[in-house]
Design a protein around this ligand. Structure first.
Ligand SMILES: [Zn+2]
Length: 225
């Protein structure tokens, strides 16, 4: 929510156009694994694109993070409500990923899975990436840190995605999606390709590296020309 815009009498957009109340606004319940980066990113999406593309994101997260299965369970608390259910989780060092996928599939929760981590999706806004990471995002972070405003982005540093840092992503989401889709072509499962994506029988743990976050942006209506 932009407080500035709401209180500024000269604001160029009237308050009634803001998302969240109109029937045309599509609701997305999105649970995420990380406690900082992903919630910040979803807030950024809402703030930057929510009004234009008429969506409202209801976030579910925990400061200390959630495990993949917990992510799916969290979003399932909204089952039966009028909106799409999404779960975002990573390979990281976690076990229980096949189980989280299975539960999500059965309950029709959409999964945006990243391998080694969500942060790969952020990096793809700036650079292509390739090569198996075996669950570690050290290299992903090193490459991100080369970008202006991302210098301190690390697990022991500042993992937030706000302000100037978040603004560096704007306008690059189509390029990021293109790079993410290309990674699908590198999947060792022969049936996987950028169209239509990873096959149902593709083992997520072998999608190294990969990220499906772009599919969320497709659903939100953000990607385009
Ligand atoms: Zn695959």
């Amino acid at each position: 929510m932009s407080r500035k815009r709401r209180s500024d009498p000269n604001a160029d957009k009237p308050v009634h156009l803001k998302p969240g109340r109109s029937r045309a606004v599509r609701l997305f319940y999105i649970a995420v694994e990380g406690g900082v980066t992903e919630p910040d990113y979803l807030a950024y999406l809402q703030e930057t694109f929510g009004e234009e593309h008429q969506f409202h994101i209801h976030r579910e997260s925990r400061k200390t993070g959630l495990k993949p299965r917990e992510v799916v369970d969290r979003v399932l608390e909204h089952r039966g409500e009028d909106g799409e259910l999404w779960a975002l989780f990573d390979r990281d060092e976690h076990i229980g990923i096949p189980e989280a996928f299975a539960v999500a599939k059965k309950a029709r929760v959409q999964v945006a899975f990243s391998h080694p981590s969500f942060d790969l999706w952020l990096l793809l806004h700036f650079n292509s990436f390739s090569g198996a990471q075996n669950g570690a995002d050290t290299i992903v972070h090193k490459k991100l840190q080369q970008q202006k405003h991302w210098e301190t982005f690390s697990d022991d540093g500042d993992k937030s995605v706000k302000g100037e840092r978040a603004a560096t992503l704007t306008g690059k989401q189509n390029a990021a999606a293109k790079r993410a889709r290309k990674l699908t072509n590198d999947c060792p499962t022969p049936a996987c390709s950028e169209n239509p994506g990873h096959a149902d029988h593709c083992d997520p743990l072998k999608r190294d590296p990969s990220t499906g976050v772009w599919q969320l942006l497709v659903a939100l209506g953000i990607l385009g020309d």
